[in-house]
Design a protein around this ligand. Structure first.
Ligand SMILES: Nc1ncnc2c1ncn2[C@@H]1O[C@H](COP(=O)(O)OP(=O)(O)OP(=O)(O)O)[C@@H](O)[C@H]1O
Ligand SMILES: [Mg+2]
Length: 310
């Protein structure tokens, strides 16, 4: 089966000398929900810009469903819907026009585009907004409008560059459900996000980019499996004492609150044993949670300059 996106040895040096991509290769299979993660300035938007024809590459190549972005530019572009990082519609246009006009760029007649746009607005829960001007929408709704616009050409590959940045929890979760329904229909998704919990929840494959280079890629399960240690927060029913901290020294305990501490588990230091030590010292555990998401821990380890463990 043809891959949805193949990127080979992509390089980009901007005119100011910034080497944004140092030879990036990636492959996204059809049907994947793929997360491209990396710190600010890592090169994510540059990759998306090149694939969508907005940024001129320095070297390398890419194919979208087998269509070369140089030699078969129009065909490659027709496969893609993109939600760019920056809000970039004409704020004075009505929502419906913003989406229907986009369809026009793909040669889709208005008679097809209008009902299609209405259906998408409906599915996105913003049917009541179609006659409002873009500028009157809230930030979260603007993002939804951008998703609607990206979907109007019925793309096989949907690329979303931080679609949930600044979107509140409820709208974000609604968007997740919507994106899940989009992939369920067979659309391949490439998502960048700084919300790692989001990537962990949604995506089955992941690549992590840092300073223009891919530093890890694989299934979400593989990447999470690289986590050797995990920090947990333990809430106790009574105040933490110096004695209990020293009894748990193997777990590098850190008192974070009157009755709470952080412990590092993994690599032979199991959670069960830690709880046993607590109980033996007559401490009862009220609750336990992971300090950060598991993907976030892997990410921080991989992208920090000093990562002897990985
Ligand atoms: N038009 C440009 N001209 C010069 N340098 C640029 C340009 N666009 C991006 N860069 C630089 O290229 C590098 C990669 O930027 P890019 O926007 O691709 O990162 P990113 O991973 O999308 O970051 P973020 O998470 O902040 O969106 C950065 O050092 C950035 O400053
Ligand atoms: Mg970016």
């Amino acid at each position: 089966m043809t891959s949805a996106l193949v990127i080979q040895n992509l390089k980009k040096t901007y005119t100011n000398g910034v080497e944004a991509l140092k030879g990036v290769s990636l492959e996204i299979e059809q049907g994947d929900f793929f997360a491209l993660l990396g710190p600010n300035g890592a090169g994510k938007t540059t990759i998306i810009g090149i694939v969508t024809g907005l940024v001129i590459k320095t070297a390398g190549g890419a194919k979208v469903f087998g269509f070369d972005i140089d030699k078969e530019h129009e065909k490659a572009k027709a496969q893609i819907g993109v939600v760019q990082q920056e809000v970039n519609f004409n704020p004075f246009d009505k929502c419906i026009d913003i989406v229907v006009n986009q369809a026009g760029y793909y040669g889709i007649p208005r008679s097809v585009a209008i009902p299609r746009a209405k259906k998408i607005f409906d599915d996105l829960g913003m049917a009541d907004k179609i006659n409002e001007r873009g500028l009157s929408l809230s930030g979260g709704m603007k993002r939804r409008l951008m998703i609607a616009r990206a979907l109007v050409n019925d793309p096989k590959l949907l690329i979303l560059d931080e679609p949930t940045a600044g979107v509140d929890v409820e709208l974000r979760r609604g968007m997740w459900d919507y994106l899940r329904s989009v992939t369920a229909k067979g659309v391949t998704i490439l998502l960048t996000t700084h919300y790692l919990e989001e990537a962990e929840q949604l995506c089955n494959r992941v690549a992590i980019i840092n300073k223009g280079e891919i530093i890890a890629s694989g299934t979400m399960k593989d990447i999470l499996g690289r986590l050797k240690k995990e920090t947990i927060v333990v809430n106790l029913t009574k105040p933490v004492t110096e004695e209990i901290l020293s009894s748990l020294s193997a777990y590098k305990p850190k008192k974070t609150d009157e009755t709470a501490m952080e412990l590092e588990i993994g690599e032979g230091k199991g959670l069960n044993e830690a709880i046993l030590v607590l109980n033996q010292n007559s401490f009862q555990v009220e609750s336990i949670r992971s300090k950060t998401g598991r993907l976030e821990e892997v990410f921080v380890h991989l992208t920090s300059d000093n990562n002897p463990d990985y």
